[in-house]
Ligand binder design. Structure first.
Ligand SMILES: N[C@@H](CCC[C@H](N)C(=O)O)C(=O)O
Length: 277
């Protein structure tokens, strides 16, 4: 595995959504899909939901790339961006860093003890931006994606630089996450596939959320999924424009500001370090 030979990594997590993070400023890093899958494999590799590379960038503190556990490179990862932001702030002593990603230029700021806020930019809400295969109302999707009594309320679609569909369910414990997640992820309406959120509204400022992630399956938390759920709920008038998102791994605070930008605040943690084989 020449691309990854003797390369140090940090194992990190944001609310249990876990990452292998490599710093690539000293040596280029272009892993194949097979190499990513080997690293992400929990039985034989390091094990993670996403692989993250922190590259040098001429006009920012870093350019950050993300790969799902299935080997596909993706544009956005909210929890991963907080982790990368934390590392960049720790190593530079700055309280704010600029991170370029495929999805856009993001700003991460210190927000407390091991807490990081990321300005995730504006959600993209047009059907072409999700993207959907054809024109539909993204606020309340008039398509039956999965036939189940708990999924009859029309879901919302939001892109946070990556595609999300959010079902509003009456009881998260009863929601068919494991069954519907894989089917909806690859539904033909989503040409780039989709991250599938299941949200129970607990109050105007509180949402319980589980996310079946595209290319990674059910994770303990999904940062972009939390942003998408808040935007989808607020658009429908189900919540206010800021809320605490309760994920399996803990809580994120999400605010959709009057300027249209979504701010995500939550923890970033280092678990251990090692060397890729
Ligand atoms: N865990 C991430 C999202 C990672 C990418 C996603 N699975 C996709 O394919 O778009 C997050 O915290 O946002």
């Amino acid at each position: 595995m020449s691309a990854t030979m003797s390369r140090p990594f940090l194992k990190m997590n944001g609310l249990g959504n876990d990452f292998v993070v490599v710093e690539t400023r000293s040596a280029p890093f272009t892993p194949t899909a097979e190499e990513v899958r080997a690293i992400a494999d929990r039985a034989s590799g390091v094990g993670c939901d996403q692989l993250i590379a922190i590259d040098a960038a001429p006009n920012a503190d870093a350019f950050v790339r993300f790969w799902n556990a299935d080997g596909e490179e993706v544009s956005a990862c909210g929890n991963g961006t907080r982790c990368a932001g934390w590392l960049l702030m720790q190593s530079s002593g700055k309280d704010e860093v600029v991170i370029e990603t495929e999805a856009g230029r993001l700003v991460a700021r210190r927000a407390g003890e091991r807490l990081v806020s990321v300005d995730m930019g504006e959600p993209r809400l047009a059907w072409e931006q999700i993207p959907l295969a054809k024109a539909h109302d993204t606020d309340a999707l008039d398509v039956l994606l999965y036939d189940h009594a708990d999924l009859m309320v029309p879901p919302g679609c939001v892109s946070m630089g990556n595609p999300h569909v959010v079902f509003f369910v009456p009881d998260i414990e009863q929601a068919p996450v494991a069954e519907a997640g894989p089917a909806v992820e690859k539904h033909p309406l989503f040409p780039e596939h989709v991250n599938v959120g299941f949200a129970q509204i607990l109050g105007r400022d509180r949402i319980r959320l589980r996310v079946f992630e595209r290319g990674a399956g059910l994770t303990k938390a999904c940062g972009t999924g939390a942003c998408a759920a808040l935007v989808a709920a607020a658009r429908r008038g189900l919540t206010d424009r800021s809320a605490t998102l309760v994920l399996d791994g803990g809580e994120l605070f999400i605010e959709w500001g009057a300027d249209g930008r979504v701010i995500m605040t939550g923890p970033a943690a280092v678990d251990f370090q090692g060397e890729l084989p």
